[in-house]
Design a protein around this ligand. Structure first.
Ligand SMILES: C[S@@+](CC[C@H](N)C(=O)[O-])C[C@H]1O[C@@H](n2cnc3c(N)ncnc32)[C@H](O)[C@@H]1O
Length: 584
């Protein structure tokens, strides 16, 4: 009959054999248990022990393999094909199922890719091509095929120099062109974590054009248009469409709006003015103004690239900013528009008063000006001011004139004698040739000072306009932020928009860089100063603003302007709402 032994008897018996070295027979005698039972207990115990060791070992191996793989995958892109190839290459290290879990891809997707798409050689070749590209872009055009081969083979020989040479021959030119770092006219390169990343400001998601074309297309297709409304000075009505001549005001993210305009307005915009949030980290503004440097630049980059497509060949863009981001925006724009299309940087005095809560008080802002193609850009001259007229202080029988220097120690490249009115022979470093000097003398265009120095006469009648300059500090001409706030608070006090720009400033820019009927675009609308000013100056406008309150302010401000100018021919605008589609 089978006896029932206590747990204690069982464990003491096993201990005698396993730990104290008793034979099965002796232990059976000592504990008064049958030999067969002792034998069974001991062998079961040993089997369990072995299993446990085996299990622990397997778990540790698995962890090792996962660690190894994660290290290898440090620079793995998010592109699915790359991940599948990586899994394939490492399937001996860690199971395919586990790798799929780790890298967040479906195992059925993996099998589909591996079985249908490529042969093993092709997978290998793709991998080598990717490595060659990475090394070439990182190390620059000076690197040789031999060096690339050595870098790839440094741990294990996986390719030959001949293969690398073939890959380079096929792709080098394309890689070279697509990578701005290698362009000779670039002195500084902004290196985004991926050159063609699209940053969605709202969701803080990055999409990589090279890897996630589909996601980017989806992103742009994920908006819908609603509430298309036509506003005149006295009516508001829903409409189904707008025409290319309409004034437009979009509500929504300007990335969508710029994308939406790409087809119809390509090469149509004469002037873009933007007053981008300055990234001041000031919490008290009418909009969010705090992004990391790279997020800020990336979001601007994506928008400026789209905006550039819309510009006419003779168009220009004015970008207002302050010291927080000016240097970064300048470099970004050099890259997007090209160094050769940088026109100028204007300094605008924003305020007369100063706050004393920083080490140095801010009184100015910048306006960076770029051309789509500087060769084709012209600006309208400005009428000469009363103050400037006063500098025409000389007069002869042809009228009032001012004088310009003809000599310059450093810049004067001509070297000859001329005869002064007192018959003295004088010699300077002249700015004009002897022939040109003689011609001026014959035309009575030389003014001699009392010290016998010759100057060129510039008559007032020849010179009623002047080119704009880059120092905009007169309040009565360029306005100040305080003036702008007063302008707004007079009619729209309930909105309290912080730091609007004055209409005078915008009028100056619009008059200088566009003509009647040209299209002016401002895709950081704010309170709508640029749109109102454009309208008053008979330009067509397109504006974008994404915040509800600011959009309502622009609507009201524009409607009020329409009422003031009720007799204008183009007396309407169309507002359009762009909505991000929510998942269905
Ligand atoms: C500095 S304010 C512009 C002020 C304007 N120049 C004025 O005179 O009133 C910038 C505006 O851009 C808007 N904005 C910022 N990011 C935007 C985006 N992604 N899409 C549309 N509007 C945006 C902000 O809500 C803010 O109203």
């Amino acid at each position: 009959m089978k006896k029932n032994y206590s747990k204690k008897t069982k464990s003491q018996t096993i201990k005698l054999v396993v730990e104290k070295g008793y034979s099965v027979k002796d232990a059976a005698n000592e504990m008064n248990v049958s030999e067969a039972t002792v034998y069974r207990w001991v062998s079961n115990h040993k089997r369990r022990l072995n299993n446990k060791v085996e299990f622990n070992k397997r778990e540790i191996d698995q962890l090792h393999a996962e660690n190894l793989l994660l290290k290898k995958a440090l620079f793995l892109s998010r592109k699915k094909e790359d991940i599948f190839e990586f899994i394939y290459e490492n399937k001996d290290i860690l199971s395919i199922q586990r790798q799929c879990e780790i890298f967040g891809v479906s195992s059925s997707g993996y099998y589909k890719y591996i079985n249908s798409n490529l042969s093993l050689e092709e997978i290998h070749h793709k991998k080598i091509t990717r490595l060659v590209k990475e090394i070439y872009l990182k190390r620059g055009p000076e690197i040789t095929n031999l060096q690339i081969t050595e870098i790839i083979n440094q741990h294990k020989r996986i390719t030959s120099q001949a293969t690398v040479a073939r890959i380079m021959q096929k792709h080098k030119e394309k890689w070279h062109q697509s990578h701005s770092q290698f362009h000779q006219d670039k002195h500084v390169v902004l290196n985004f974590h991926n050159k063609d990343t699209l940053f969605d400001q709202q969701s803080k998601v990055y999409f990589h054009g090279e890897f996630a074309k589909q996601e980017i297309n989806d992103f742009f297709n994920k908006y819908s248009i609603t509430n298309m409304t036509k506003h005149t000075d006295s009516t508001v009505e829903n409409v189904q469409q707008y025409s290319i001549d309409d004034n437009l005001l979009f509500k929504g993210d300007n990335l969508y709006a710029l994308h939406h305009l790409q087809k119809e307005y390509k090469n149509k915009i004469k002037l873009i003015y933007i007053d981008v949030p300055y990234n001041t980290r000031n919490e008290k503004l009418s909009y969010k103004d705090s992004l990391s440097k790279s997020d800020y630049l990336l979001s601007l980059k994506n928008r400026l690239e789209l905006a550039r497509n819309l510009m006419r060949n003779n168009g220009s863009i004015f970008i207002q900013c302050d010291d927080n981001e000016q240097a970064y925006i300048k470099i970004l724009c050099d890259e997007i528009f090209g160094l050769k299309n940088f026109v100028h940087q204007i300094v605008w005095k924003r305020s007369n008063s100063q706050q004393n809560n920083t080490l140095i008080a801010t009184k100015k802002e910048y306006i960076l000006v770029y051309a789509k193609n500087k060769k084709h850009l012209t600006f309208n001259n400005e009428p000469i001011t009363e103050k400037q007229i006063k500098s025409y202080k000389f007069e002869d029988d042809k009228g009032r004139y001012r004088i310009n220097k003809l000599q310059n120690q450093k810049m004067g490249h001509y070297d000859y004698f001329v005869m002064a009115p007192n018959n003295e022979k004088i010699k300077y470093n002249w700015l004009i040739s002897k022939k040109a000097f003689k011609q001026l003398q014959e035309e009575d265009m030389i003014h001699w000072s009392k010290q016998n120095i010759p100057y060129r006469k510039v008559y007032l009648s020849d010179d009623l306009t002047i080119v704009p300059n880059d120092l905009w500090i007169e309040d009565d001409i360029y306005g100040t932020t305080r003036q702008a706030s007063l302008e707004l608070s007079k009619n729209f006090s309930e909105y309290q928009f912080t730091y609007p720009k004055p209409e005078k400033l915008l009028e100056k820019i619009i008059k200088m860089a566009s003509n009647k009927k040209d299209i002016v675009l401002d895709f950081y609308g704010g309170s709508g100063t640029a749109l109102v000013s454009a309208y008053k100056l008979n330009r067509q406008f397109i504006g974008v603003e994404w915040l509800e309150d600011n959009f309502s302010l622009i609507l009201e401000r524009l409607q009020e302007t329409l009422r003031q100018y009720a007799k204008k021919s183009n007396n309407s605008f169309i507002s359009i709402e762009l909505h991000k589609k929510t998942r269905s």
